[in-house]
Design a protein around this ligand. Structure first.
Ligand code: AR6
Length: 186
């Protein structure tokens, strides 16, 4: 499944699939603050990308400590087709009144900021926080799409394509609905 539309001079797309086989300049990892890997998409990226990613994550943590929620760092893509992995930490869902929407928006914004600084032209995101971290997918989709569209509208980078790679058809449908709402309200 796939759908896409234009924001400013860029394309924002939704598709179902496995983010580890994407050929975008960078893929984004829904990591945790330790940057030492984990389950879900984090585990899949480290498995597919090999040990070079973890080695660089360890250097980053040794230098600057654990990665705070809402921040992002960039490493090699190791054996992946993507040259880079951008690691970000989304919020754990605690009912919605603990700053979760701002922290989730920040995870997307900081990831795109890094992509911009590196001059990348394409980035793929998973649905950050909606697995182990329990963020309701419909709410997360609205935050994610609004933030990415906002960054693309500001046009402060060379990004030409942002793809949301959604692992299952249900999450795809939820993002598709949120994208339709966003387009109607624009
Ligand atoms: N490609 C695309 N999306 C995927 C893939 C894949 N290969 N595998 C899973 N997903 P989660 P979180 C989807 O739990 O909620 C980890 O242990 C998945 O179906 O990976 O941010 C970290 O180390 C879901 O829709 O991330 C952290 O401790 C989405 O990715 C914690 O989980 C996010 O699910 C982060 O939790």
């Amino acid at each position: 499944m796939e759908s896409s539309f234009c924001v400013n001079k860029s394309r924002l797309s939704l598709e179902t699939g496995d983010i580890t086989v994407q050929e975008t300049d960078a893929i984004v990892n829904a990591a945790n603050s330790s940057l030492m890997g984990g389950g879900g998409v984090d585990g899949a990226i480290h498995r597919a990308g090999g040990p070079a990613i973890l080695a660089e994550c360890k250097q980053i943590v040794a230098r600057q400590g654990p990665l705070p929620t809402g921040k992002a760092v960039i490493t090699t893509g190791g054996n992946l087709k993507s040259r880079f992995v951008i690691h970000t930490v989304g919020p754990v869902w605690r009912g919605g009144n603990q700053g979760e929407p701002c922290l989730l928006a920040s995870a997307y914004r900081e990831s795109l900021k890094l992509a911009g600084e590196k001059g990348l032209s394409s980035v793929a995101f998973p649905s950050i926080s909606t697995g182990a971290y329990g963020y309701p997918a419909d709410r997360a989709a609205r935050v994610a799409l609004a933030q990415v569209a906002d960054c693309l509208n500001k046009g402060q980078n060379r990004l030409r394509e942002v793809i949301f790679v959604l692992h299952d058809p249900h999450t795809f449908e939820v993002y598709q609905t949120a994208l339709n709402e966003l387009c109607l309200s624009a």
